[in-house]
Design a protein around this ligand. Structure first.
Ligand code: URA
Length: 234
């Protein structure tokens, strides 16, 4: 990796700041001053210091966010705020991206990382990673819906869903449920309820695989995964 990118990633300022820092002679690689931003560094073998302090380089970042409504799960959007806009600069420097999508009006657990391999594992349809949602539903959710979801429902485009595990928390004109699904089709939860003539009025993701949303995270807040959480995902 180029030394200017490495230093920018590790929070030593913008590319311009890093260029200045390099020019000033404050950066050494294995004890030798390096001024050229293009200099390639092997992060496993070489030691980089800034004003004598060792730069502990790490490549990957893993963040858990409690996504609020009104924000898009994408890295860029011309019209709306994205989840990346909610990150502090030092975290955004790692260029993380959301692992899978939550709708603009869906809240809850969103994993952000720049580890493409882990993201791929979690999103691969072959892995059947379960995702657990909490939802408020307009309409009385019944045992018949539980059975229908267990068997798989036919969405409006003819697609038959894999079995979903539906738990009724409150069966009323405004029902409350939890649903575990192992797929991630576009608007899947909303469309599954449409298939049984009901409407999702509030949706929140609680879990993804063995990773649970930290209840202490307010909407829009995020934190790094712990080592333990990371092991659960792998
Ligand atoms: N299902 C939906 O309908 N929306 C989401 O955001 C996630 C799952």
């Amino acid at each position: 990796m180029r030394i200017d990118k490495l230093l920018a990633n590790m929070g030593y300022g913008s590319r311009k700041d890093v260029k200045k820092l390099l020019k000033s002679g404050g950066v050494k690689v294995d004890g030798t001053i390096v001024k050229d931003g293009k200099c390639q560094i092997d992060t496993l073998k070489q030691e980089v210091t800034v004003h004598g302090e060792i730069v502990e380089y790490r490549e990957f970042i893993y963040l858990m966010m409690n996504k609020p409504q009104g924000v898009i799960s994408a890295t860029e959007d011309n019209m709306h705020q994205t989840v990346i806009d909610l990150l502090a600069k030092e975290d955004a420097n790692f260029e993380p991206f959301p692992v899978g999508r939550l709708d603009k009006d869906t809240e809850g657990l969103l994993l952000l990382t720049n580890d493409g391999q882990l993201a791929h594992q979690l999103l691969s349809p072959k892995k059947h990673v379960p995702k657990k949602y909490y939802a408020k539903i307009q309409g009385v959710v019944t045992e018949a819906d539980v059975i229908a979801f267990q068997n798989g429902v036919i969405l409006e485009d003819g697609y038959e869903t894999k079995p979903g595990e539906l738990t009724i928390l409150k069966s009323d004109a405004q029902s409350e449920i939890e649903l575990i699904i192992t797929e991630g089709k576009f608007h899947q939860v909303k469309r599954m309820f449409e298939a049984v003539n009901k409407k999702v009025t509030y949706l929140k993701r609680l879990e993804m695989g063995k990773l649970k949303l930290d209840k202490d995270l307010e909407l829009g807040e995020y934190r790094e995964l712990t080592e333990e959480e990371l092991t659960l995902l792998r």
